[in-house]
Structure formats: structure tokens, C-alpha cells
Ligand binder design. Structure first.
Ligand code: NAP
Ligand code: 3JM
Length: 337
């Protein structure tokens, strides 16, 4: 990307859970933003967002919104990305897209900067940001794959409501007090009560019986780790947690695993924070991961029966490393030149 002292940046979906996190991360990492253009639907046109101490008016997303801008960060859902992503790229922006719209397209890089920045290439039009559950898992898996070669992963997720967006955060809050007050829980976002419950249903069901969210974990993991032989067996579950996703991961490898060696490897792996002192009740927790950048890994233990397998507990802030932070790390990589 052309070297400049400042870059003009559009944030599509700037009023949403991911978009707002993007604004705060651009600010806290001092990304060299020239003009910031917050875009959303006509519903929030004219409202204001704060950026670097200034109030900036949200504009309605339109085909001509991208003229003269350098970078467009998209997080307004797949159909908006499909419609406006190519328009923004055509207008000369590098598009970093948080939706599932382009992730599995052959010519579109799917990037986690700690793992495969080389996939970005010289002249990217659109770069896809992986799914939140995939990102935190592959950050933990990559060093394991490099040392022991992963054959198969069995994963169950415990995903927070912020992964669904602003309306779901509100639904958990409202339902929690309704249930505590012995009132019926009002259901709008999820098909069932999410407060005090676990829903084994994220995104839509496919004929296979798996959900789209589960298949994102299968296909995106293979693309990012550049190994189609890796088997992934996922169950994705929505839990009544506001921020940060947790994952129980069983990893089967070609080579035998020395757990102490693996802990050492993970303790210095990029983007990972090892939190593994169960005797002191220290292990990754959603409440600790919320608001932080690293992927926390702990509860590392040998599989009881298979010397070529381990169990892990992996936790990260889904709005940060799972979405906004990863996208902005991609942007930082681009402007580093
Ligand atoms: P959210 O809180 O519901 O926010 C949605 C945002 O999209 C709002 O800013 C909304 O603007 C905007 N929007 C909706 N319809 C629009 C339209 N027709 N035109 C322009 N803007 C529109 O959802 P979120 O959690 O931020 O997630 C947004 C998207 O990011 C998701 O749909 C998903 O594709 C992606 N995402 C990716 C990951 C990941 O794993 N990488 C994680 C979470 C989300 P208004 O204020 O005008 O409604
Ligand atoms: C996370 O298109 C939509 O309605 C958005 C659905 C969605 C996605 C997606 O498929 O883009 C919501 C939350 C994701 C994602 O990261 O895959």
C-alpha cells in the first residue's frame, strides 16, 4: 500500500459492537488516521461517534461513500459487504472485511497477522478477517501445528452474546433481570431464552446438521493454517456471557506431545498469554480476557488415553482479537509497507 503519513479510513457499521470497538482500537493504538468516516444505515445517520476526542457525525452508507479514502473496515453483515465491498475496492480502498462474505473465496486472503501475513500479497483489494471463534483457536493452534503437526481438532465453544451484536447484549441484560424478577423472558434476537441457558445454535443450520458457524471453524482453520488435511469437529454454543468467547479444544497431533515443552512453546507464541497455574486457581476466564488483546491459553493437559493429543482451554475477547483488533493489525501490516 502507498506510504503516507496519514490514512483516510471508513468504518462501515461504526455504530455496532464491532465498529465501536474498531474506533476505540484505532484510537488507542494511535493508527495514523487522517479523516475518519463513520458509516451506518439510515437509522443512525446524523448520530455522532467519538474519535480522538472529537464528535464525528455518522453518515449513511452509499455507493459514493468511499471516494478518495484509503482503507475501509467493514462490519455491517455479509450482505452489506457483498454489495459495498467491491464498490469500495473499486474506489481504491483496501477493504478489510469482518463478515463471512468473502472468506472462502480462493483469491481473497484470510488473515491472522501472527500466522499468515504473507497471504496478503502486494495489491490486495479485499482482505477477509476470520470468524471470531476461528481466530482465537488458530492463534493457539499455530505453534502446536508447527512443532507437532496437527491431525485433528475437537472443539466446543462457549460464545458470548456480544458476538451477535449490540441487540444481543441488550437482550441478555434485559432477560437476566426479567428472570430474576420471575417475569417471562422477552425473546427477540435468539429463538430461545439466553439468560441462564446455553444454546447449541450459532448462525443457521445446514442440511448436514452442522451450523454455518461450525463450518466456518472447519474451513477457515484449514485456509489459515494452509493445510486441508486438518480435521476439525466443532460444536458451537452461545452462553450467557457478555464479552469474550471460551473454547475447550482437544488437539491430536502426528508427533507425541511433551506437555511441559508445549507450555514453554505457548508461553512465547505471538499473541498468546499462557495462564496455567490451576493450583493457584489461575486459568483463562472470559471476565479476565474482556478488554485485553491476547488469546489466553491454559488447562493444558495430556489426553488421558492418546499420547499424541492434548486438551486446552482458550479464551479471548471476541470483539477485539476476534474482530476489531485483528482487522486493525491487518491494517497496521499494510501501512508498514
Ligand atoms: P451490530 O452491533 O448489530 O452492528 C451492526 C452495524 O451494522 C451497525 O453499525 C449498523 O448500523 C450497521 N448496519 C446494519 N445494516 C446496515 C445497512 N443496511 N447499511 C449500513 N450499515 C448497516 O453487529 P456487530 O456485532 O457489530 O457485527 C457486525 C458484523 O460484523 C456482523 O454482521 C458480522 O458480519 C461481522 N462480525 C464479525 C465478527 C468476526 O468474527 N470477525 C464478529 C462479530 C461480527 P445502524 O446503527 O444504522 O443499525
Ligand atoms: C459474526 O450477514 C449477517 O447477517 C452477519 C452474520 C454474522 C457473521 C457473518 O457470517 O458474517 C454475525 C456475526 C459473523 C462472522 O464473523 O462470521
Amino acid at each position: 500500500m502507498e506510504k503516507k503519513s496519514k490514512y483516510d479510513v471508513a468504518v462501515v457499521g461504526a455504530t455496532g459492537a464491532v465498529g465501536r470497538t474498531m474506533l476505540s482500537i484505532l484510537e488507542e493504538r494511535k493508527f495514523p488516521v487522517g479523516r475518519l468516516v463513520p458509516l451506518a444505515s439510515s437509522r443512525s445517520t446524523g448520530t455522532q461517534v467519538e474519535f480522538n476526542g472529537q464528535k464525528i457525525t455518522v453518515e449513511e452508507l452509499k455507493a459514493d461513500s468511499f471516494e478518495g479514502l484509503d482503507i475501509a473496515l467493514f462490519s455491517a453483515g455479509g450482505s452489506i459487504s457483498r454489495e459495498f465491498g467491491p464498490i469500495a475496492a473499486q474506489a481504491g480502498c483496501v477493504v478489510i472485511d469482518n463478515s463471512s462474505a468473502f472468506r472462502m473465496e480462493k483469491d481473497i486472503p484470510l488473515v491472522v497477522p501472527e500466522i499468515n501475513p504473507h497471504a496478503i500479497g502486494d495489491n490486495p483489494g479485499i482482505i477477509a478477517n476470520p470468524n471470531c471463534s476461528t481466530i482465537q483457536m488458530v492463534v493457539a493452534l499455530k505453534p502446536i501445528h508447527d512443532r507437532y503437526r496437527i491431525k485433528r481438532v475437537v472443539v466446543s465453544t462457549y460464545q458470548s452474546v456480544s458476538g451477535t451484536g449490540q441487540s444481543a447484549i441488550e437482550e441478555l441484560r434485559v432477560q437476566s433481570s426479567q428472570v430474576l424478577d420471575k417475569q417471562p423472558a422477552a425473546k427477540e434476537v435468539y429463538p430461545h431464552q439466553i439468560a441462564f441457558n446455553c444454546l447449541p445454535h450459532i448462525d443457521t443450520f445446514l442440511d448436514s446438521g452442522y451450523t454455518k458457524e461450525e463450518m466456518k471453524m472447519v474451513n477457515e482453520t484449514r485456509k489459515i493454517l494452509e493445510d486441508d488435511s486438518i480435521q476439525v469437529s466443532p460444536t458451537t454454543v452461545r452462553v450467557p456471557v457478555f464479552y469474550a468467547h471460551s473454547e475447550a479444544v482437544n488437539v491430536e497431533t502426528e508427533k507425541a506431545i511433551d506437555v511441559e515443552e508445549l507450555k514453554k512453546i505457548l508461553s512465547s507464541a505471538p499473541g498468546v498469554r499462557l495462564v496455567d497455574a490451576p493450583g493457584k486457581t489461575e486459568y483463562p476466564l472470559a471476565t479476565d480476557a474482556a478488554g485485553r488483546d491476547e488469546v489466553m491459553v491454559g488447562r493444558i493437559r495430556a489426553d488421558l488415553d492418546n499420547p499424541r493429543a492434548v486438551n486446552l482451554w482458550v479464551v479471548a475477547d471476541n470483539l477485539r482479537k476476534g474482530a476489531a483488533l485483528n482487522a486493525i493489525q491487518i491494517a497496521e501490516f499494510l501501512i508498514r509497507g
